[in-house]
Design a protein around this ligand. Structure first.
Ligand code: KIV
Ligand code: NA
Length: 278
């Protein structure tokens, strides 16, 4: 499969072909995404919760994200790699935003970065995209990094006023040079309106079927996150219980002495060495 580039993403968009994005957190999940042939892989800061067990995404650091992004990059061949800038790495000022963006590219080996910003963050996006030459994906709607300020993990854009604010955010992010915008947890109609207004792709999660693409959190959709599954997530597999069942079988067989099986999982000495040894 040829390498997916920013040009490939633009072409999928102009051809009206849906863009598939999936999260990955380490080498094996990156390899699984590659095998599946998704267009874009996101090292989401959701890893704070689904891979590191934090309550929310606010504690995850640049070092954490770089560590996971690097691991994912080692499993990548064709898909386009986007990594989240974590909370605190771009909120304070433009200079630190640009410096952390550069660090995530150099050390995290990402090809593009995602920032949870609206119109107020547009100057930072402009500095990263047009100043530093790094592609940026915007993220609006339910932005988990500001979930406390939003009053929890809540659907956004339900009132006309709030929906209009999302439209304004999307347009400002497009003007600032975003490659695409993630629309999270908003009424389908609002996402449809935004998608129709823009000339860059929208990637939806809990935003209906009118967006230019979709993204889901891998751990949610394969059933390896034990705490909750959002309403917008489809369960494509139930790997968590299957993993636990496999470990349970192993545990039983070790206790019963039926694993390992001599001659199957074992090594033998060459015959002459064995004779001398005995
Ligand atoms: O962190 C993440 O996984 C994300 C996706 C839900 C878009 O930001
Ligand atoms: Na994220």
């Amino acid at each position: 499969r040829p390498k997916v580039t920013t040009q490939t993403i633009k072409k999928l968009y102009t051809d009206g072909k849906p863009i598939a994005m999936m999260t990955a957190y380490d080498y094996p999940t990156a390899v699984a995404c590659e095998r599946a042939g998704v267009d874009m892989v996101l090292v989401g800061d959701s890893l704070a919760m689904v891979a590191l067990g934090h309550e929310n995404t606010s504690e995850v650091t640049m070092d954490d994200m770089i560590h996971h992004s690097k691991a994912v990059s080692r499993g990548m061949r064709s898909a386009f790699l986007v990594t989240d800038l974590p909370f605190g790495s771009y909120q304070s000022d433009e200079t630190s935003a640009v410096n952390n963006a550069i660090r995530m590219i150099k050390e995290g080996r990402a090809e593009a970065l995602k920032l949870e910003v609206g119109h107020r963050g547009a100057p930072k996006v402009d500095a990263i995209v047009n100043g530093a030459g790094i592609p940026v994906v915007g993220h609006i709607g339910l932005t988990p990094q500001s979930a406390v300020a939003l009053g929890g993990f809540r659907v956004q854009g339900k009132s006309v006023r709030n929906a209009q604010a999302l439209v304004d955010d999307a347009l400002a992010l497009q003007d600032a040079g975003c490659l695409a915008i993630v629309l999270e947890a908003m009424p389908s109609l609002v996402a449809e309106t935004i998608t129709k207004l823009l000339r860059i792709p929208t990637i939806g999660i809990g935003a209906g079927s009118s967006t230019s693409g979709q993204v889901l959190v891998l751990s949610d959709m394969v059933g390896v996150f034990d705490r909750f599954t959002p309403k917008f997530c489809q369960n494509y597999a139930d790997l968590g219980p299957r993993m636990a069942a496999a470990i349970g079988e192993y545990n039983k067989s070790v206790r019963a002495g039926t694993f390992p099986i001599e001659g199957v999982h074992t090594y033998a000495m060459p015959a002459t060495a064995e004779e001398n040894w005995r």
